[in-house]
Design a protein around this ligand. Structure first.
Ligand code: FAD
Length: 454
């Protein structure tokens, strides 16, 4: 029951921390506690027939379990400091990038070999964007795809389970100081360790807040990103996605000066639902395997919202908007762009008559009853701006699914070692509010593992 290192959460942050600890010092006794299931047992019960929508399982198989929130994701590892988190502010830009390339090497060794690395460097599209007041952010992106991403995780688990002790379906309830180390309390047992790495991701955000309160660790409010997922025929964005796969494009609206950006682009992908603490939002993914690809491309258009005093609960604001769409649509709402512009709700007939087949069975409705005007205006402006670089974007039949919300955890106060004011207690990955992506979360895991092993 006593370990050198306890890792809480088996998402990318926790997995790569465990991996690197074993690389650096295999004699360390390491345990990983995970609220969800092991990878092979992660199954979302929604089958589209008997169970059509979320039944709020005790532990959500999409967000929890070995592989974390990213297990069934598109597996896009963005190697960049321009987005995906602010890890570089703590560890420096070069080191952050080096670690992301290191993660890439591991992913290739564990099953990702042969997948494509796309890059924006030298892209002609960047010039086209600037000419239309759009800004393409710099990045290299390794696209594993949902299928290969899963294989990489399977292989990493096969390697780690021989060296590290995993406790699945074991949510940690409390973490407290215990002499020179930490006491980790679960439902049935208690464990102690010298160093503790907390990597609980977004699904652990509420729990993380409590731990910070109990251990008197300062937290600061973060932003929330609110918007829609856009779905259109793959041909419209093919000239961009064929060259870059994922492009992060920024736009500053004329009306309010707000920043709108594209996020999580899935060429020939599918729109999916996501459940965060019982709230249904929209997301997207795609497959490397051509047999699983669709005729559509999807991506999110998001507007970042920061709040200043006295309001602090930016996630609560995002949740309320998502709840509104859940209330009106019983989940995710879909609307044709043409209907939105004409101020009419979409209905089944108009969706069926459109020249695009939705990949998600969402409720036709009216997003203007859900999204605040300022956010909706920004999204409409950006769709017209994108239409200049990808004609067809602002087509009447373009589908908008709402709402997409990117919640960010409270930013936890840690030092340049990602260590809290309590020696040996590290907070990493999305749970720290510092990272928001697979590559940054993974890099933060390797970073703390190296510092512990040292
Ligand atoms: C559908 C989807 C698609 C995505 N696609 C991409 C993408 O293509 N590219 C990209 O960069 N990012 C993507 N992301 C985001 C990415 O998955 C996350 O940034 C990343 O997983 C964060 O890793 P993490 O280890 O910090 O946290 P997580 O992956 O969230 O893992 C945290 C783990 O901790 C566990 N946990 C929580 N609380 C406790 C507790 N109290 N005790 C024990 N265990 C606990 C959870 O069950 C979870 O398994 C996607 C996310 C989703 C949901």
């Amino acid at each position: 029951m006593n370990y050198d290192v306890i890792i809480i959460g088996a998402g990318p942050g926790g997995i790569f921390a465990a991996y690197e600890l074993m690389q650096r010092d295999p004699s360390l006794k390491v345990a990983v506690f995970e609220a969800g299931n092991e990878l092979s047992k992660r199954r979302c019960p929604i089958d589209g027939e008997k169970i059509k929508s979320c039944i709020s399982c005790k532990s959500c198989s999409i967000m929890s379990g070995f592989g974390g929130a990213g297990a069934f994701s598109d597996g896009k590892y963005n190697i960049t400091n321009d987005f995906g988190g602010t890890l570089y502010e703590y560890i420096g830009k070069k080191q952050a990038l080096d670690l992301m390339y290191y993660i890439d090497e591991i992913n290739l060794r564990y099953g990702g070999e042969g997948t494509k690395l796309y890059t924006t460097a030298g892209s002609r599209f960047k010039t086209t964007c600037i000419q239309h007041d759009l800004h393409l952010l710099d990045a290299s992106v390794r696209h594993l795809g949902t299928d290969i991403n899963y294989i990489v995780l399977e292989n990493l688990y096969a390697y780690l389970k021989e060296k590290v002790e995993f406790f699945f379906n074991t949510p940690v309830r409390t973490v407290s100081l215990d002499g020179n180390g930490y006491r980790v309390v679960c439902d049935k047992d208690e464990f102690t360790c010298k160093d503790c790495i907390i990597s609980v991701g977004r699904s652990g955000s509420k729990w993380m807040e409590n731990v910070c309160k109990e251990l008197d660790i300062t937290t600061n409010s973060n932003r929330v990103d609110i918007g829609v997922r856009v779905e259109l025929p793959a041909e419209v964005f093919a000239h961009i996605t064929d060259e870059l796969y994922e492009s992060k494009i920024m736009y500053r609206t004329e009306k309010y000066g707000d920043r709108v950006r594209t996020f999580c682009m899935n060429p020939k992908g599918a729109v999916v639902t996501e459940n965060t603490n019982g709230i249904i939002t929209v997301n997207g993914h795609s497959y490397e395997d051509p047999a699983k690809q669709t005729n559509n491309t999807n991506f999110a258009l998001l507007v970042a919202k920061h709040f200043s005093e006295p309001f602090k609960d930016s996630n609560g604001y995002g949740e309320s908007i998502a709840r509104l769409s859940n209330m009106l649509g019983g989940g995710v709402i879909v609307q044709r762009f043409g209907d939105l512009i004409r101020g009419q709700r979409s209905n089944h007939k108009r969706i069926e008559e459109a020249f695009i087949t939705p990949t998600l069975n969402a409720t036709p409705g009216d997003l203007s009853l859900v999204l605040p005007k300022r956010i909706l205006d920004g999204i409409i402006e950006m769709l017209y701006a994108l239409d200049k670089v990808a004609p067809g974007t602002a087509n009447d039949d373009t589908l908008l699914y709402g709402v997409e919300v990117k919640f960010y955890n409270m930013e936890v106060e840690v030092n340049e070692n990602l260590e809290t004011k309590h020696k040996g207690l590290y907070i990493i990955g999305d749970g720290s509010g510092i990272t928001h992506s697979l590559s940054h979360a993974s890099a933060s895991g390797v970073y703390v593992a190296r510092s512990i092993a040292r």
